[in-house]
Design a protein around this ligand. Structure first.
Ligand SMILES: Cc1cc2nc3c(=O)[nH]c(=O)nc-3n(C[C@H](O)[C@H](O)[C@H](O)COP(=O)(O)OP(=O)(O)OC[C@H]3O[C@@H](n4cnc5c(N)ncnc54)[C@H](O)[C@@H]3O)c2cc1C
Length: 507
């Protein structure tokens, strides 16, 4: 259908949340959905890019809950976009955690994880058992992770209002063990004392049960979504940046593009970050309460991305991820560093999960910390990327980060043959948002659970979706698409359908 038709649903942005909502609306209700994406490629952080003849992911390094009994697998199957060939099961020891004086490789499966933790930290045996039991129980309170289970409000409230830090500090003594249990804070960007045990458990549970990488980047998954959306009469339009959402009589009536074209629809959804979304409205018609709430939202810290072609002699396993921490203070894993502070944490993963036997090189993406405010002065400068001071600043930080990793892998920086970098400004440019935050809002207890930003808005036909409305990560953002359509379709029935495709081994 051409763009200038009137659509049943118009969606801003094509991240996995928007794609999931669009597909559900097409599949369940025959809605013709038009997705407007500002970038030249759809998929949001699912998309990958090529440099130095290698493919690099932007925000799809690995995902959990993808095993035979995985919830993410069941959701993708329900949407009919799952294809075994897109994914690669990671090594049975999939996450290599290196600290200043220890190394721990996280194995697949709760029993293996528990046994290995106890073997390494025998004096914390009881605490380890209790902690893992809590994780296994707490994930059961989320109906959209247990497909159709009834919501027990008090259990949900407790799971989302108790911090991970308070549970770990009560049960665990060894500082190194605490670092291991806190390591996935790097995946949501929230300090252990601000993240709820519930949200952290969803990430840990998924990874322990089934950690998978993408064989060739996340694009193929985005392609499958787009193909299905089209099969229901929808379309994904790229290079279509929405610059305004026009309203009349309490309803959104059109999405306006940079060239002034107006795209009309009955229902509107935005998968762009909430702050940017609210900027699309005439500010004078927004209700003060919601406007202030949006204004006050905190976002996660920006990260430095280094996309490197490395010599294979480095000897990395392409089916593992690597975490490097040199502080025993868990807040250092995610908190901003000042210019004078040393880097405390880095994460890297090979982007091609199946190593090319013919090639002498591999591609890896490394993510490191950024001193607070370092790139602030270039915000809003359209020519920032060619400013020599900006280029020098990010290159120096990248070299510092590579040297940091040398402390854990001695030949690391010497093995890097070429690299390219990204900063929060890169994210703002390619994935418009206010801060360039990798995981959207700071998913602290004060901004999630019962205090989450509602998908509903003051406009009766306009809804929000995306990682900032629920939880970060591809699974979290996909689920947010399901939650958004709850206001338009019968989500309970949909989740019963997903359950029929899920082999639940958690009962
Ligand atoms: C560096 C990094 C590493 C990550 N690693 C992982 C990982 O390994 N595993 C994992 O599960 N998750 C990971 N994530 C998180 C995950 O990628 C995100 O949680 C998820 O992709 C967010 O999906 P979304 O639908 O909310 O939004 P996004 O993917 O951010 O999509 C939003 C879309 O909206 C578009 N848009 C914005 N404004 C407009 C506008 N005005 N007009 C038109 N279009 C617009 C953007 O261009 C974008 O395509 C990572 C993220 C980052 C940044």
């Amino acid at each position: 259908m051409p763009l200038d038709n009137k659509w049943d649903v118009v969606i801003v942005g094509s991240g996995i949340s928007s794609l999931s909502a669009a597909l559900l609306l097409g599949k369940e209700a025959g809605k013709k959905v038009c997705i407007l994406e500002s970038h030249s490629q759809y998929g949001g952080y699912l998309h990958s890019f090529k440099r130095f003849g290698k493919r690099f992911d932007t925000g799809a390094h690995y995902v959990g809950a993808m095993g035979e009994d995985g919830q993410f697998r069941a959701l993708l199957k329900y949407l009919d976009v799952f294809d075994e060939k897109i994914f690669v099961k990671l090594d049975d020891g999939f996450d290599n955690i290196k600290g200043a004086d220890f190394e721990f490789v996280i194995p697949t499966g709760y029993k293996n994880f528990e046994n290995k933790l106890i073997a390494n930290f025998p004096s914390d045996k009881n605490g380890i058992k209790e902690f893992l039991q809590i994780i296994r129980e707490v994930v059961k309170v989320f109906p959209s992770y247990n497909f159709g289970a009834k919501l027990n409000f008090s259990a949900f409230k407790e799971a989302t209002e108790t911090s991970l830090g308070s549970v770990v500090e009560k049960l665990i003594k060894s500082p190194n063990l605490k670092i291991i249990l806190y390591s996935y804070c790097a995946l949501h960007g929230v300090s252990p004392h601000d993240i709820s045990i519930g949200m952290h458990a969803l990430i840990l549970d998924g990874l322990i049960r089934g950690a998978y990488g993408f064989r060739n980047g996340g694009d193929k998954l985005a392609d499958n979504f787009a193909q299905k959306i089209r099969s229901f009469g929808g379309e994904v339009f790229c290079n279509k940046k929405v610059v305004a959402l026009n309203t009349s009589d309490g309803k959104v009536i059109s999405a306006e593009l940079e060239n002034g074209q107006k795209v009309h629809g009955d229902i509107f959804i935005s998968g762009a970050d909430p702050h940017s979304t609210y900027k699309l409205f005439d500010q004078s018609i927004l209700k003060a309460g919601r406007k202030n709430r949006i204004k006050k939202l905190n976002y996660t810290q920006g990260v430095l991305g280094i996309y490197a072609k490395v010599n294979k002699s480095l000897g990395l396993n392409t089916r593992k991820n690597y975490y490097c921490f040199n502080s025993k203070d868990p807040n250092h894993l995610v908190s901003p560093i000042s210019e004078s502070t040393q880097i405390k944490a880095a994460f890297f993963s090979p982007t091609s999960r199946v190593s090319d036997a013919e090639s002498t090189t591999d591609a890896i993406a490394i993510f490191g910390q950024i001193p607070e405010g370092l790139f602030e002065k270039w915000k809003g400068d359209k020519n920032y990327s060619t400013d020599s001071e900006y280029i020098d600043t990010k290159t120096q930080l990248a070299n510092k980060t590579l040297k940091f990793v040398d402390q854990f892998f001695p030949n690391f920086s010497r093995s890097v043959m070429k690299f390219s970098t990204s900063t929060p400004l890169t994210n703002i440019r390619y994935n418009p948002s206010v801060s360039g935050a990798p995981y959207g809002i700071y998913h602290s207890m004060s901004q999630t659970g019962i205090r989450s930003l509602s998908n509903k808005t003051q406009f009766e036909n306009f809804f929000l979706t995306g990682q900032s409305t629920l939880m970060p990560g591809l699974l979290g953002a996909c689920l947010s698409g399901f939650h958004t359509v709850d206001h338009l379709l019968d989500l309970e029935q949909i989740l019963i359908g997903v359950k029929s495709l899920w082999r639940n081994t958690n009962e």
